[in-house]
Ligand binder design. Sequence first.
Ligand code: NAD
Length: 417
Amino acid sequence: MTNPALARSRYAEVTTLFEWTADQLGLEEEVRLLLRRPYRELHVEVPVRMDDGSLRVFPGYRVQHNGARGPYKGGVRFHPEADLDEVRTLAALMTWKCALVDLPFGGAKGGVQCDPTSMSAAELNRLTRRYTQNISYILGINRDIPAPDMGTNAQIMAWMMDAYGQRYGYTPGIVTGKPTELGGSPEREAATGRGVVLTLLELCADTGRSPQSSKLAIQGYGNVGSWTARLAVEAGFSVVAISDVSAAIYNGLGIDVAALDEHVRQGGQLADAPGVDTISRDHILSLPCDILIPAAIGDVITEKNCDDVRAPVIIEAANHPLTAEADEALVERGSTVVPDILANAGGVTVSYFEWVQNIQQFRWESQRVTSELAKIMTTAYRSVRDAAAADGLTLRQAAYKIAVSRVAQAIKLRGFV
Ligand code: NAD
């Protein structure tokens, strides 16, 4: 990629990368026309009666980016900054991610602009049901299948499934990331973190780096960050720093992640965890460590702070944690950046397994889920690594080349152009 133009929005950034890839692949203009903008965007207003009797109305979105390779697939985010540009960007990333790991899905994303941390369970239940009803016209087990993302979880997926079922009949496969009691897949909760660690292990094997001598810093301690930390420790890595929205903690000898989990389970905060020092929240990005794993929100490493990043390897567990400018500057400096569409694809992969199990009405065992996940993640990593080496590309450029060419091929085969 040569100096992409300054982005006007996050969606413009992923479009710039798409155009670069399309040039590399020599894609016809008609195919580009179909891939430049999302296929369908739905904006809904979501009225919710709050516990104090007042009425609030939250903006909600569902964007279906491209469905050439299969039903639309992508998570739902509850976050104060979830807006159309963000949801559109994340939907595009899902198209490329599903294609890269070769799942029979297109890409979508949903979001509600709200702060779930300040809402009661009853308010969240009402919000989820109303949002689901409002977007239900474009969902379907063979049309569009939501999943959890930031601010949503298995409980919210259960409410979505129930709300959809009230209108259309019992349909467990309408969402993935459900509780296992309702047809969720074993190992779905850990899947994104597991995929991150599988990718990390492959990268270490390639570069002669041993897990035992690698120090990790992880931004975010939600689903993705906490599972990455647990499984990284299990694989022999030392996790020296962890942050969440409230604080960051550090122990140069390695944080006792099991003790931290127990502390958090008992209602403790990161900042008062035992056996750690606290550091300022965003200092985690500039700590001297071997591998930095942003696993929280987007756009945390930008042209303003990328010079401060000291880790030579960055694994994008979050979606779009690096701006295009930061990515280019870091790569120019010789850093290795494993792109989001590869690093965090474990979640959608096990979502795919969940959907398959729901359709077949047959439950897989944990061991089958983890071994099939390992196969898919390893194959995807190696294909990206080999394409990057063969064509002198960054891992991100190689990943986009593989993904865009697969979607373009599906478009042509289906006769859209
Ligand atoms: P989550 O809501 O479970 O956790 C988010 C975490 O980020 C929390 O610990 C929160 O405190 C922390 N956080 C928020 N703002 C922060 C800040 N400024 N600094 C440090 N920490 C901050 O969300 P999640 O499901 O773990 O998702 C995290 C990221 O991974 C998102 O970018 C999401 O799109 C991406 N992702 C998630 C999945 C999945 O399966 N859940 C799959 C693929 C990608």
